[in-house]
Design a binder for this molecule. Structure first.
Ligand SMILES: Nc1ncnc2c1ncn2[C@@H]1O[C@H](COP(=O)(O)OP(=O)(O)OP(=O)(O)O)[C@@H](O)[C@H]1O
Length: 270
């Protein structure tokens, strides 16, 4: 939650510049620019359907923008070899992938694939990355369990462990606290915010975003409604305008970060 270091020259990281994308014949992202600060945690907020997942998929190179460009250190993603992209950018999705027959340790080992040479066995460095990822996500005790025996929250943590084992510089997370109990939500967000990676995380909980993110980008109907430091973005006006919800935003001690109390009654739009 401290200020991130300045990027090394030429290492601008991942950026989306004026990207647009249609889905099902409708424009779902409309000229969005997102330049996450290297080493910091950027929270991506916005109502259901505002385009958060679509933007994350563009940043991950899973979808291509129809106009605009996504770049990694200045190079357009579409020109980068998949393997190079996979070494740099890890994704924790909203829905855990099906990894039915695998143990937890094997599922986390998948994160090492972009680093391994074809047909060669895992190196000591690979195994250390897996061990460390399991430990940091509190999964060491479940390493030999099979995927299909895990709870939803445990699966979500395996997803994060796989992403950490990948040792990326950029980490994209789509509602990673889904399925997690409150303790595990806090643990996950503390872990992610302490990684010092460039993280972009879609999140619905405004108070958790306020506690853990360095910057916020708020989408509304496929456009950026607000972007900047948390305290500047998360205001009563913003909550009313973007979500149509009346709220009181205070800045309690000890850290003065915004706290949103929903007042329930829908606000009039406009
Ligand atoms: N394949 C598709 N076909 C039609 N519409 C789509 C498709 N994919 C996404 N959309 C639409 O694009 C819009 C943006 O979707 P997206 O999943 O990016 O939103 P989101 O902000 O992540 O939403 P949520 O908070 O509900 O997860 C939504 O209206 C969605 O219905």
């Amino acid at each position: 939650m401290t200020d991130a270091p300045s990027p090394a020259p030429g290492r601008t990281g991942l950026r989306a510049e004026r990207v647009s994308r249609t889905a099902g014949g409708a424009l779902v992202l409309d000229g969005v620019t997102l330049a996450p600060r290297p080493g910091a945690l950027t929270g991506l907020l916005g109502p259901n359907g505002s385009g958060k997942s679509t933007l994350l998929r563009l940043l991950a190179g899973v979808l291509a923008p129809e106009t605009g460009v996504v770049t990694l250190d200045g190079d357009p993603l579409r020109g980068l070899p998949r393997r190079e992209l996979a070494r740099r950018v890890a994704v924790v999705g909203q829905h855990a992938d099906t990894q039915v027959g695998l143990t937890v340790a094997d599922a986390v080992r998948l994160g090492r694939l972009p680093h391994r040479r074809a047909w060669s066995p895992p190196t000591a460095a690979d195994e250390e990355a897996v061990r460390s990822a399991l430990a940091r996500t509190g999964l060491s005790g479940l390493a030999h369990r099979t995927w299909h025996t895990l709870s939803g929250g445990e699966r979500q943590r395996v997803q994060l462990a796989r992403a950490l084992a990948q040792e990326p510089r950029e980490l994209l997370l789509d509602e990673p606290t889904n399925h997690l109990d409150v303790r595990h939500q806090l643990d996950l967000l503390a872990l992610v915010s302490g990684l010092r990676l460039t993280c972009v995380m879609a999140l619905h909980d405004l108070n958790l975003a306020a506690l853990y993110c360095d910057h916020l980008v708020v989408l509304r109907e496929g456009r950026v409604a607000a972007a900047g430091p948390v305290a500047e973005v998360l205001t009563e006006r913003l909550v009313a305008d973007v979500y149509g919800v009346r709220a009181a935003v205070t800045h309690p001690a000890p850290d003065g970060r915004p706290h949103v109390r929903y007042l329930g009654a829908p606000a009039g739009r406009g």
